[in-house]
Ligand binder design. Structure first.
Ligand code: PLP
Length: 421
């Protein structure tokens, strides 16, 4: 435990502005630039112009509170309403669908799970709710279910690394309230069989949530490019809700996401109202209270700056990159890509070799990567500019894998972590 003597004291007096700023710049000297070419983790770079448009919109609204959009900042209301409309349109939402802007994927998913839980409690009397999720679903489903008192039944993926729908069906019982599919999940770029999971949900009268936090603003454009992308949105019968993150492949600054509900009648399970305090009626559909308006403004600006055509072009870059990386990785003896990726990322394993040692060596050469488990794998999350360095990466990887095969590599022995280590 830290003793008070070790604790930093609250500054007694202020420092000159320049000193404060210099101190921070110096501390940041070894941080990565998020848009760095060698950063193959979740960084989502849409290009310098896109980043500039997003930043300017963000900064313009940096002091505005979303909660005050009705009284103080009517423009924020416009950005929010229009961004929701555009997202619902992109996801083929039926007339009467509803959207809520949130602070991120975690909040969108919390609200979806809360809706499913409260609806099932009232309409079916389920007080020990369970959800059935595929192995690769984001860990946030486990975390949020923990907060919401929902049991998570997690099903191993099938041999093609997609959700195993038959096993999901076998796991449904009288307490099941919802099924989940990802488009695509974080550990793999492989979209779950949403059509089949949604049909299953319909047969059992269950809530079906599609986690499109990664793919929501990438897969529709990949489809336009003629890529083989499975249907994942409201065009699929049985989909109740979709989470999609503007702050991923929608290229807004963090935190901005949307929860879409197939029908506005479902919003009643999401919202909260109270008149228990002496400051007027309180109503909120969000988990967060005060929120910076910057992220929503940046989402609106990017949507309008790029439009459908611009998104298609940025997505083309991602797909070209993914293809170049995968082709190179698959040529290296002993490496195998997991499943058939349709999203902006992919993972590969190296049977018989120490994946952690390979990962350490890649990072020692300045590559930012993620590590996956079940099976041990290396995960590359691509943006549109990464195709430029596919060759460099593959050449480094080739040398590293040869060294691993010759027993010349050792892992640092750290535990796996999420993110760059
Ligand atoms: C598939 C998926 N779902 C949900 C989330 C959670 O999103 P956030 O970090 O914005 O809360 C992530 C984050 O990377 C994700 O990859």
């Amino acid at each position: 435990m830290t003793s008070n003597a070790d604790r930093l004291a609250f500054p007694a007096s202020g420092k000159p502005e320049k000193l404060v700023s210099d101190q921070m710049i110096q501390a940041r000297a070894n941080d990565w630039d998020w848009f760095s070419l060698k950063n193959l983790t979740a960084s989502y770079f849409g290009g310098e112009d896109v980043a500039r448009v997003a930043r300017e919109a963000f900064v313009r609204h940096i002091g505005d509170n979303v909660v005050h959009q009705t009284g103080l900042h009517p423009s924020v209301r416009k950005w929010e309403t229009e961004v929701i409309d555009m997202a619902l349109d992109l996801f083929h939402a039926p007339v009467g669908a509803a959207g809520t802007i949130t602070t991120g994927g975690s909040e969108s998913i919390t609200l979806a799970l809360k809706c499913a839980r409260d609806k099932a409690r009232v309409e079916k009397g389920i007080d020990k709710p369970e959800i059935v999720i595929p192995q690769a679903a984001y860990a946030v489903f486990n975390k949020l279910s923990h907060f919401l008192g929902i049991k998570v039944v997690q099903i191993d993926h099938s041999l093609d690394y997609r959700a195993d729908v038959a096993a999901m069906e076998a796991a449904i019982n009288e307490n099941t309230i919802a099924l989940v599919g990802s488009a695509p999940p974080f550990p793999l770029g492989v979209v779950d069989p949403i059509v089949e999971i949604a049909a299953l949900a319909q047969r059992h009268d269950l809530w079906m949530h599609v986690d499109a936090c990664i793919g929501g603003f990438m897969l529709p454009f990949a489809k336009e490019l003629g890529e083989d992308v499975p249907d994942f949105d409201f065009s699929v019968p049985g989909v109740t809700s979709i989470s999609a993150d503007f702050h991923k492949y929608g290229y807004s600054y963090r935190g901005c996401s949307i929860l879409c509900l197939s029908d506005e009648s479902l919003v009643k399970w999401q919202g909260f109202s109270s008149d228990a305090w002496p400051a007027g009626a309180y109503y909120s559909k969000n988990l967060a209270g005060s929120r910076n308006a910057g992220p929503i403004a940046s989402a609106w600006a990017v949507f309008n700056f790029l439009g459908r055509e611009g998104f298609v072009e940025v997505t083309r870059g991602i797909i070209n990159g993914r293809k170049a990386f995968i082709e190179g990785v698959e040529e290296i003896d002993g490496l195998q890509v997991l499943g058939t990726p349709q999203g902006p990322h992919f993972a590969f394993k190296a049977d018989g070799l120490d994946v952690h040692a390979i990962a350490d060596a890649l990072m020692a050469r300045g590559w930012g990567i993620n590590i996956g488990s079940k099976p041990d794998s290396i995960l590359l999350m691509l943006s549109h500019h990464h195709h430029q360095i596919a060759g460099d990466f593959v050449s480094d990887l080739d040398g590293i894998v040869s060294a691993a095969r010759e027993g010349k590599l050792r892992a640092k022995g750290e535990d796996e972590v999420y993110g760059i280590y």
